[in-house]
Design a protein around this ligand. Structure first.
Ligand SMILES: COc1ccc(C2=NN(C3CCN(C(=O)CN4C(=O)CCC4=O)CC3)C(=O)[C@@H]3CC=CC[C@H]23)cc1OC
Ligand SMILES: [Mg+2]
Ligand SMILES: [Zn+2]
Length: 373
């Protein structure tokens, strides 16, 4: 019954602190690491449950709260204890897409079912991620690469695991959706999660420019009719709305550099840990070591500047243009974060041997610790 379900979906002795944090559920500045700590490591369950309650999705889709919790706790337990692609990343991306869906430009854009599908896709998008890249799974003849014919291996696997969990009677929180609604939810989730494969990034960047121009053209036509919703994008085709949701999840998945430095540097530590563990395995297997995966030659600051310049900034600039002025904070954070990493590089004492290099690197991470407060 309702009274057995805690306010944020999970039992915690820190409910008051969690309530304080959840007051920021609609804000880009939510500290997901604090949520993880005060929810007894149930950030994904508590964030998803809080968003579902806030968006009235439990009533709209006649969801059993208990089955929703059962699904979320089971999904969360199927995220592995890897440094970056763990349940905190899923919670982070889910909360990010929730905030992006709140942008006024989208006030009248998506149906409740599309919003349900988008949040579901974000929550499941990396479940059971083993902490290595698709390329590593392919190069090491992993069972998963065999299963998915080297094609979006991790993304296909996460989708299959997530939908398998739904088949459990106690976890089927979408039992009251019609067959047509379940079909649409599955279709949109598959489309969105497959689009988080970075090998699709180029294709997304190709189409985003012309797609957004066509949307802006339609938008200003609406504004000529001086309708009250002149800010919001109205897309008549479900295909176009799904394309926007695909881009939105990709943006959320690439949102670390758009966050405050103290949060961003924690994600950098985690992804570099994950990449370096992969590099260690590649080295000991005599395989070529993947980009950014060699801890012995790593230049963490350069990798971030390259990641921001090559991937994150171009994508977020396209996105910010579409929803101007609602994503300026993200662009500002990207800029100041890039400048911070450039400053770290300009600040380096000239290193002439590895021991110096190791010392100063540990010094840098102490710098970052200070930033974390
Ligand atoms: C916080 O910091 C990061 C967070 C996530 C990722 C991801 N990275 N990737 C690809 C790795 C290979 N790629 C590149 O090398 C891109 N690139 C250049 O071309 C120049 C420098 C540079 O980085 C593309 C992204 C993933 O596939 C991960 C999984 C999905 C999304 C992003 C993740 C990388 C980060 O910091 C480098
Ligand atoms: Mg992924
Ligand atoms: Zn991800």
């Amino acid at each position: 019954s309702m009274d057995t379900i805690p306010r944020f979906g999970t039992e915690t002795p820190h409910e008051a602190k969690l309530a304080e944090l959840m007051d920021n559920i609609d804000a880009w500045g939510l500290n997901i690491f604090d949520v993880h700590n005060y929810s007894q490591s149930h950030s994904l369950t508590s964030v998803m449950y809080t968003i579902f309650k806030k968006r009235n999705l439990i009533e709209t889709f006649r969801i059993s709260p208990q089955k929703l919790i059962n699904y979320l706790v089971t999904l969360e337990s199927h995220y592995l204890d890897v440094p970056y692609h763990c349940s905190i990343h899923a919670a982070d991306v889910t909360q990010a897409i929730h905030v992006l869906l709140l942008i006024p430009s989208f006030e009248n854009t998506f149906t409740d079912l599309e919003i349900l599908a988008a949040l579901f896709a974000a929550a499941i998008h990396d479940v059971d991620h083993p902490g290595v890249t698709n390329q590593y799974l392919i190069n090491s003849d992993n069972e998963l690469a065999l299963m998915y014919n080297d094609t979006s291996v991790l993304e296909n696997h996460s989708l299959a695991v997530a939908f398998k969990l739904l088949q459990n009677e106690d976890c089927d929180f979408i039992e009251n959706l019609s067959d047509e609604q379940r079909k649409i939810l599955r279709q949109i989730s598959i489309d969105m999660v497959l689009a988080t494969d970075m090998s699709k990034h180029g294709a997304i960047m190709q189409t985003i420019q012309s797609f957004h121009q066509s949307l802006k053209a339609k938008q200003c036509k609406d504004s000529n009719s001086n309708s009250s919703t002149n800010d919001s994008l109205v897309l008549t085709e479900q295909k176009e709305r799904v394309q926007l949701l695909r881009e939105m999840l990709h943006c959320a998945d690439l949102s670390n550099p758009t966050k405050h430095l103290s949060i961003y540097t924690q994600w950098v530590d985690r992804i570099m840990d994950e990449f370096h563990y992969q590099g260690d395995r590649e080295r000991s297997a005599g395989m070529p070591i993947s980009p950014m995966c060699n801890r012995r030659t790593a230049d963490i600051e350069m990798a971030q500047i390259g990641f921001i310049q090559a991937i994150v900034e171009p994508l977020w600039q396209m996105w910010a243009q579409l929803v101007y002025p609602h994503c300026q904070q993200m662009l500002d954070n990207i800029d100041s974060n890039r400048q911070w990493y450039e400053y770290q590089i300009s600040n380096r004492s000239s290193r002439n041997n590895t021991s110096d290099k190791t010392t100063s690197q540990s010094h840098d991470s102490k710098e970052q610790d200070k930033l974390k407060g």
